[in-house]
Design a protein around this ligand. Structure first.
Ligand SMILES: [Zn+2]
Length: 154
């Protein structure tokens, strides 16, 4: 592991070992990197959203720390697959949901398929990376949950 990978791994572990939605230790970790935390209001909104997590900090906060690490190591960062790493993290913190998880695992990388199995409205704009629906009442470009810039109309 090079320095870049070590830092990414440390951030990943710190986020993963945080309490659900983050805790003081994680906040300190983010602060060290100068990464901006979610507001309390947004955290509450995400905790009540359909994007359930069973533990750990929110993926978007991990992304913000990893962005800082990428800025520190621009060369190594060139080949770093951020969306993939954030998705890998999300897979680790989401609650086990039995059959849905088996489907999700069977179609690795095709979030759309498992999303299609859920009783959800069409016309909802979803994040291509994690599948989070875009909140219609708010204006924003990047996914609130994982921070990806990829939205699509389902
Ligand atoms: Zn997302």
């Amino acid at each position: 592991m090079n320095e870049f990978e070590k830092e990414i791994d440390a951030a990943f572990q710190a986020a993963w070992h945080a309490d659900k939605g983050g805790d003081a230790k994680w906040s300190g970790f983010m602060e060290q990197y100068g990464a901006e935390p979610l507001t309390d209001g947004l955290k509450k909104e995400l905790l009540n959203s359909e994007m359930k997590i069973s533990r750990g900090a929110f993926p978007i906060e991990l992304r913000r720390v990893m962005e800082k690490i990428m800025a520190k190591h621009p060369n190594e960062a060139k080949t770093f697959a951020m969306d993939q790493k954030v998705l890998e993290y999300y897979q680790k913190i989401k609650p086990f949901s039995g059959l849905n998880d088996i489907f999700a695992n069977a179609s690795t990388g095709t979030q759309k398929y498992s999303q299609g199995l859920q009783k959800e409205k069409h016309n909802t704009i979803k994040c291509k990376n994690c599948g989070a629906p875009r909140l219609e009442e708010m204006q924003y470009d990047n996914c609130l949950f994982c921070g990806s810039a990829l939205f699509e109309t389902a």
